[in-house]
Write a protein that binds this ligand. Sequence first.
Ligand SMILES: *Cc1c(COP(=O)(O)O)cnc(C)c1O
Length: 355
Amino acid sequence: MSRFLSPRWAELEPYAPGEQPRDRNYVKLNTNESPYPPPDSVIAAVAAQAAQMELYPDPDSKALTDAAAEHYGVRPENILMTNGSDEILNFAFLAFGDQNRGFAAPDVTYGYYKIAAKAGGVRFTEIPLKEDFRVDAEAFCETSEHVVLPNPGAPTGVSVSKADVERILQANPNRVVIIDEAYVDFGGESSVPLLSQYDNLLITQTFSKSRSLAGGRIGLGLAGPEIIAELLRLKNAFAPYNISRIDAAAGLAALAEETYYRKNALRIAETRDRTAEELQQRGFTVLPSQANFLFVRPNFLPGGSYYKKMKEKGVLIRHWNQPRIADWCRITIGTPEQMRILLDKSDELKGETEI
Ligand SMILES: *Cc1c(COP(=O)(O)O)cnc(C)c1O
């Protein structure tokens, strides 16, 4: 720490993103990106913006917001577009949380929640997932904190039922319940239809995964007008031009390509289910996933060794050296060819360990 740093940041912990190594060409299955590129129309829309880069973008992202509202069947007052969904999560923690009222999240969950909450001085409480990695809805009904839950779950892929989401929403109308739907397009059930009934519901989504735009940074929040107005106040204070011209153009073009994206999401879900079967036949424990990844326990090797040996073989997956999940790895679903390589390398590794 330098002598210049404010003591406010003495405890600051950085988020640890999945590695993006350049040392060799990996089969990259570690950060839940889409294996399929954006459609030509999105690439053309991005290219067309290059000639106007001397101009600031629209601070209200109006065209993108209106198109998203139409897409989700809500009004523009129900939406805030952000720089990735991490930004809306951060705004929500800052807007609604503090040292006296924090957020509760599962103990095994998306790592950014804890980092962002703590960085913003927001109390953070962990509620253990059940033994089978399902969300303990009862415990979330009993907490007096705001709630943040990924659905489908991260890194588990396991979904929370709509009935459980509603129970949590009903249990305390005076706290905000964030449902993070980063992976909902791969087979989960969206809570968007609940928006008209619950003014304490905030749904976050992203264009990073199912819309092949992780390299752009486009996310959004969907909620009642009251919550959106508060989040907008923070957006206008911290990041008035939060969506770049390029991202706004990419997002707008992406919203016009539903057929393309739905086809890809379906392909990925099929590849996922086939890969899950293949892994189970090989003795892996595989959680039931509705996302574009599988959370697996190899059983013939500890999770950390499996991750490390697979990396040596050129296949990059994700492992967390954390209580409860140290024996597990998360595998992003790639193309069928990439999954073939994963299975072949895994078989090779199993052969080597049995010698
Ligand atoms: C990837 C991810 C996000 C954030 O994605 P952005 O790229 O910031 O939009 C949010 N929540 C979960 C659970 C994720 O896995």
